[in-house]
Ligand binder design. Structure first.
Ligand code: HAM
Length: 418
C-alpha cells in the first residue's frame, strides 16, 4: 500500500482515461455554447445556509450528504453539493437579473456529496450544468432538454432514455398535497419518514426502500392535479419535444432529489449503469430566486454527471471512432537524426499536426513501442538515410502499411490528411 491515498470515494482521472474525461466534458458543453449560453465560474464553497434554503432541508443532499465545516473565521461553510443554488446566489448578488433576460449560463466542475461510495456514486464528482433564468416559457424548457440530448448524441450514445414529468405550479402542488397528506395519514410511517413527510410529502416518492415503494403504489400522483395553466404548459413542452424528434417517456413518480423543482422536470437514465443510472437531470424552479432573496423569476436547468456519462460511453463503446488521436509519432535513430526530427516536429506542430517524438534515445524497438503506446495514427522512423535523402516512410499504425513522403511539413500533412 502506498503511503498516501486519495480520500475514499473520489473520482480521479489520469492518462489515458483523462483524455476521455476532457473529450466528454467538452462535448457536453458544446451544445450549450451553440445555444447561446455563457460560462460562469463559481466558488466550490458557499455559506451553508444557501444550500439549506435553496436545496431544502428535507433532501438527503442537505440532511445527510453535505461537507460542512467551520472556517477560520467561525463561519459555516459547505462544499457545493450542486450548482443551481450558487448560480442563483451569484445572479442575485451581481444583478444579472437586471439585464437582458433570459440569463443563460453554463458551468463545469467538481461537486461534493458525502454519499456511500459505489460504482457511479462518488463523494467528489463532476458536472456540466446549464441554467436559463428569466421566463417560464415552454420553448426554453425544450431548449434546455435539447442541449442535454444533443450533447449525449454527440458522444455516440443511443441507449439512454429521457423521463419527463411536471411538478406543476403552486396551485397544482397545493391541491395535490391535500390528497397526498390524507393518503399518507393512513400509512404507518417510521419516525424519519414522518418527519420528511412533514417537510415535503413528495419526498416519499423518492424513498428507495421496497416497503415504501409498495406503500406508495396507490399514492395520488401530482401529474393528475395539474392546474389548467400547468397542464397547457406541459402539453406544449411535450409537443415541442416531438417536433425536435426527442423521445421521452412520462414518469409521474419522479420527484428528483432536490426540493426546488416545479413544472417541467426530467431525468436522463442509462439502462446499462445499474443502480446509479441517472446520467443527468433537471427541471424548472419557480420560487428559488425569490426564496434566496431575489426577484420572483422562474428558471430551468440541468446537471449532467460527467463521471456517469463516461461510464455510459464505455458501456456502449461509443467513443472508439470519436476520440481525437495524435497524428504522428516520430522515432529518431541517432544524434543527427534526433536534431533533424526535433526541428521537423516543431514545424509540423506549427501547422497544426498533432505530433510527438520518442525522447530518450530508445532506439528502434523502444521507439516503436512508444509509438504504439501513443496511439498515434502514423509513425515515422528517421535515421541517417532519411536525413541525407529527405525522404521517409510513414507507417499507418492501424494496418502497418507504409507510404513514402518527402520530409517537409506540408508533404507530410498532405499525406496524413490534415
Ligand atoms: P442532480 O440530479 O442532483 O441535479 O445531479 C445531476 C447529475 O449529477 C445526476 O444525474 C448524476 O449524473 C450526477 N451525480 C449526482 N450525484 C452524484 C454522485 N454522488 N456521483 C456521481 N455523479 C453524481 C442537480 O445537481 C441539479 N443542480 C441539476 C439542475 C440544474 N437542476 C436545475 N438546474
Amino acid at each position: 500500500m502506498t503511503k498516501y491515498q486519495a480520500p475514499k470515494g473520489v473520482s480521479e482521472y489520469f492518462p489515458p482515461r483523462s483524455n476521455i474525461f476532457e473529450f466528454v466534458r467538452d462535448r457536453l458543453i458544446a451544445p450549450a455554447k451553440t445555444a447561446g449560453y455563457s460560462p460562469i465560474e463559481l466558488p466550490v464553497f458557499e455559506d451553508t445556509e444557501l444550500f439549506k434554503r435553496g436545496v431544502g432541508e428535507s433532501t438527503d443532499v442537505v440532511s445527510k450528504e453535505m461537507y460542512t465545516f467551520e472556517d477560520r473565521g467561525g463561519r459555516s461553510i459547505t462544499l457545493r453539493p450542486e450548482g443551481t443554488a450558487g448560480v442563483m446566489r451569484s445572479v442575485i448578488e451581481n444583478n444579472l437579473d437586471r439585464g437582458q433576460l433570459p440569463i443563460k449560463l453554463f458551468y463545469v466542475g467538481p461537486f461534493f456529496r458525502a454519499e456511500k461510495p459505489q460504482a457511479g456514486r462518488y463523494r467528489q464528482f463532476y458536472q456540466v450544468g446549464i441554467e436559463a433564468i428569466g421566463y417560464n416559457d415552454p420553448e426554453i424548457d425544450a431548449e434546455v432538454i435539447w442541449v442535454a440530448d444533443t450533447a449525449f448524441k454527440s458522444l455516440g450514445l443511443s441507449k439512454y432514455q429521457l423521463q419527463l414529468t411536471s411538478l406543476g405550479d403552486s396551485a397544482s402542488r397545493a391541491a395535490h398535497r391535500v390528497e397526498l397528506v390524507r393518503f399518507l395519514e393512513k400509512l404507518s410511517l417510521d419516525p424519519e419518514s414522518k418527519k420528511r413527510a412533514q417537510l415535503n410529502p413528495l419526498r416519499l416518492f423518492d424513498d428507495k426502500s421496497p416497503v415504501m415503494i409498495a406503500a406508495m403504489q396507490e399514492a395520488p400522483l401530482l401529474i393528475n392535479y395539474l392546474s389548467k395553466e400547468s397542464q397547457a404548459n406541459f402539453d406544449k413542452v411535450k409537443s415541442i419535444l416531438g417536433d425536435l424528434d426527442i423521445n421521452f417517456t412520462i414518469n409521474p413518480k419522479m420527484v428528483r432529489g432536490l426540493d426546488y423543482y416545479t413544472g417541467t422536470t426530467f431525468e436522463f437514465v442509462h439502462p446499462m449503469l445499474g443502480a446509479q443510472s441517472g446520467i443527468g437531470g433537471g427541471g424548472r424552479y419557480d420560487g428559488l430566486m425569490n426564496q434566496l432573496g431575489g426577484q420572483d423569476l422562474s428558471g430551468i436547468g440541468f446537471g449532467i454527471g460527467i463521471d456517469r456519462v463516461i461510464m455510459a460511453c464505455e458501456a456502449e463503446n461509443s467513443l472508439d471512432d470519436l476520440l481525437p488521436k495524435l497524428d504522428l509519432f516520430i522515432v529518431p535513430i541517432g544524434e543527427s537524426a534526433k536534431s533533424y526530427a526535433f526541428k521537423l516536429l516543431n514545424e509540423l506542430r506549427k501547422i497544426g499536426v498533432k505530433a510527438d517524438l520518442s525522447y530518450g534515445d530508445r532506439g528502434l524497438k523502444g521507439g516503436m513501442k512508444a509509438a504504439d503506446k501513443s496511439d498515434a495514427r502514423y509513425a515515422l522512423v528517421i535515421g541517417d538515410d532519411e536525413v541525407s535523402s529527405g525522404l521517409g516512410q510513414l507507417k499507418l499504425m492501424s494496418t502497418g502499411e507504409s507510404k513514402s513522403s518527402t520530409l517537409t511539413p506540408s508533404a507530410i500533412a498532405k499525406l496524413i490528411e490534415i
